[in-house]
Structure formats: structure tokens, C-alpha cells
Write a protein that binds this ligand. Structure first.
Ligand code: NDP
Length: 341
């Protein structure tokens, strides 16, 4: 059973060499009386929150604990059930949820509470690591549940071409909003405008003055900011809010590798603009998953919503794929294929 492990806890930017592939033996049979599920992993999801789990968290107040150095790292994935001692699953079922970064895993679905049965396979199965999985739900919750968006509103999204951002932008366009995204390369900016239908997009790395850039795209200010990056971008957005603006505090990836997070200076503008910034953790909203599927599945099938994936082949490509998120190497949703069937 090929597995991917963390060598040691990481500070600063993670490197490929922080992770390594090894092999162990695993009997492909559940012990007698087991209530667990034995799965074959197909697709693994590279997610920014995994960076936090690479740290030695002394007081894990966050939603995920540190990785165990002596077992494979874990994260979201799509898998096929080989054997089940859990009455909710049976052999042959396809599932998505928390699994190990390895070829085969034994999962206690009741304990993990995040193993969903996949019912619709008319769409690419890998989508359940992205648009139809955790990142898709994140886009849905952050945009619809937290921001109460209305037609015609001015929406700004950072890390806009990524797993979450590309979907938020398309939701906003379908609703009739004016949508601008920021991303870190020309290729990504082009994708936002041509593939995802954003009204405008810009490369934040080429903007010496983010406040001026936002004023250029939002002369009347921003109603909704979907926050994925934090730091200087958040500060610039705060200077450009409209009255009663809403900010979905989804992530702050620019801060994840810093030993000391940057300060935010313009919070006063929340008061001046009577605006709301609300953080959220998607796992608290999984009860909305069926409602989310009802909205998104038909839109994908009708071609109203598209999704771009960045696919790395084989568990060996896992370290580069995962750490690449923090250098912006991924174009679209980053995932790793362990096996296609
Ligand atoms: P992406 O697919 O967008 O990948 C990460 C992207 O972040 C990179 O491609 C890069 O894009 C950008 N990035 C990396 N470093 C920096 C930096 N220093 N400054 C600015 N941008 C940077 O990831 P996801 O869509 O999966 O996640 C987006 C955000 O949502 C993250 O902050 C994540 O933590 C958060 N999240 C929160 C959840 C929740 O429950 N609250 C659940 C899931 C995700 P670029 O080239 O454009 O810079």
C-alpha cells in the first residue's frame, strides 16, 4: 500500500521534500466484526487548509488537528468501497470524504462524519474533490448563505481562478452581478474572463497599488468580497466597501506560511460602511449538501457552470501538487489521481 507521509512539522513555506512516499503492507480484508469501510482511493484533493495540519499545533483550536508523522496524511478524496462493515455503505459504492493519502484506506465513517455516498456519476468523478465536494460547498455557503447576494451587486473574489473562486464567480454571474476576480498570472486572468465569464480580472502581482486597482474596477465600491487571501488585499478591499457590504471570510492563504501574520489596518471601514465580515468553516454546513447538489448538478450538465481542474498523476506527484498551491502553481482545482478505477 503506497502512502504519502509528512517527514517533520513544517515552518515557513512547505517544500516537496517535506513529504515522501513509502510502502506498507495492508491486508485487503476488514477484521471480523469491523464497523469500518475499506476503500480504494481514486482521486485526492489538495487543499490549502492542509498547510495548517503540517504544523505542530500545540493548542489545536482550528478545525483540523496536526498530521500524525507516522501515518499517511489525510484529506478529502474520492474512493471506491471494497468492503464495508458499516451498514450505510456496500461494496462497489463510490464515496467522497476524508480518506488517507494512500492507495487503500480503512475509514471509520461514523467517527469521521464526512463520508458521502456519490449518487450521480454522469459527471467526472474527480469533480467530487472540487465543484461537487468540499470546495464547491465552500463557494455555495460563503456566497449564498453568508453574503445574501442580489442581482446587480458588485462582487470581488480573490484567488478567483482556484477551486473555490471559479465557482463563486460563476454563481455571481448567473445571479446577474458585476464580477471581478484577482489571480496571480496572465493565464489565470485570461481564464477568468474567457472561460468563467467574469466581467473583469487582474493580476494582483502586477499591481503596485491594490487600492488603486480596486478603484479602477469598482468606481462605486464593492458590495460583496469573497475573501480567500487576506493580508494586503483585505486591507485594500476595506478601503473600497460600499454601504452595507458583506465579506465572506473564507480563507487567508497569504498568511498560512508566515510565522507572524500581517496586521490589518483598515478595519475601521467596517464601521464607516456598516459592513459585515463573517468567517465560516464549511463543515458546519454539510447539512445543506443535498440542496447544493440540486442547484449545481443541473447547471453543470446544462453547461451553465464549467470547472477547470489541474490534474497530477500518481501519488508520487502528491508533494509537488500539494506544496504548489502556496506558490500558485495550480491552474484551477488541484487534485492527484491515485487510480482511475
Ligand atoms: P486554490 O485552488 O485557489 O489554490 C490556492 C491559490 O491561492 C493558488 O493557486 C494561488 O493563486 C493563491 N495563493 C497562494 N499563495 C498566495 C499568496 N501569498 N497571496 C495571494 N494568493 C495566493 O485554493 P482553494 O480554492 O481550495 O481555496 C481558496 C481559499 O479558500 C483558501 O484560503 C482556503 O484556505 C479557503 N478555504 C476555506 C474553507 C472554509 O471552510 N472556510 C474551505 C475551503 C477552502 P494565485 O496564482 O491566484 O495567487
Amino acid at each position: 500500500n503506497k502512502q504519502l507521509l509528512l517527514r517533520d512539522y513544517v515552518s515557513g513555506f512547505p517544500k516537496e521534500s517535506d513529504l515522501y512516499v513509502t510502502s506498507s503492507t495492508l491486508k485487503l480484508k476488514l477484521p471480523q466484526g469491523s464497523e469500518e469501510v475499506l476503500v480504494k482511493n481514486l482521486y485526492l484533493s489538495c487543499d490549502p487548509y492542509m498547510r495548517n495540519r503540517m504544523k505542530k499545533l500545540l493548542n489545536p483550536a482550528s478545525y483540523a488537528d496536526s498530521f500524525n508523522l507516522h501515518s499517511p496524511i489525510s484529506g478529502y478524496g474520492v474512493a471506491k468501497v471494497i468492503e464495508s462493515g458499516d451498514p450505510k455503505f456496500k461494496e462497489g459504492d463510490l464515496v467522497w470524504g476524508i480518506t488517507g493519502w494512500e492507495q487503500y484506506s480503512i475509514i471509520n465513517a461514523t467517527q469521521a462524519q464526512t463520508l458521502f455516498k456519490i449518487h450521480d456519476t454522469d459527471v467526472p468523478l474527480s469533480y467530487y474533490t472540487g465543484i461537487l465536494g468540499m470546495p464547491g460547498m465552500t463557494a455555495y455557503v460563503g456566497f449564498y448563505e453568508l453574503c445574501s447576494p442580489k442581482k446587480g451587486e458588485y462582487v470581488f473574489i480573490s484567488a478567483a481562478s482556484g477551486a473555490v473562486g471559479q465557482l463563486v464567480g460563476q454563481f455571481a454571474k448567473l445571479l446577474g452581478c458585476y464580477v471581478v476576480g484577482s489571480a496571480g498570472s496572465k493565464e489565470k486572468v485570461d481564464l477568468l474572463k474567457t472561460k468563467f465569464g467574469f466581467d473583469e480580472a487582474f493580476n494582483y502581482k502586477e499591481e503596485p497599488d491594490l487600492d488603486a486597482a480596486l478603484k479602477r474596477y469598482f468606481p462605486e465600491g464593492i458590495d460583496i468580497y469573497f475573501e480567500n487571501v487576506g493580508g494586503k488585499m483585505l486591507d485594500a478591499v476595506l478601503l473600497n466597501l460600499r454601504l452595507h457590504a458583506r465579506i465572506a471570510g473564507c480563507g487567508m492563504i497569504s498568511q498560512y506560511n508566515l510565522e507572524r501574520p500581517e496586521g490589518v489596518h483598515n478595519l475601521m471601514h467596517l464601521i464607516l460602511k456598516q459592513a459585515r465580515l463573517e468567517g465560516f468553516v464549511v463543515t458546519s454546513y454539510y447539512h445543506l449538501y443535498p440542496k447544493f447538489l440540486e442547484l449545481v448538478l443541473p447547471s453543470i450538465k446544462q453547461g451553465k457552470i464549467v470547472y477547470v481542474e489541474d490534474v497530477a498523476e500518481g501519488l508520487e506527484s502528491g508533494p509537488a501538487a500539494l506544496v504548489g498551491l502556496f506558490a500558485g502553481r495550480n491552474v484551477g482545482k488541484q487534485l492527484v489521481v491515485v487510480s482511475r478505477e
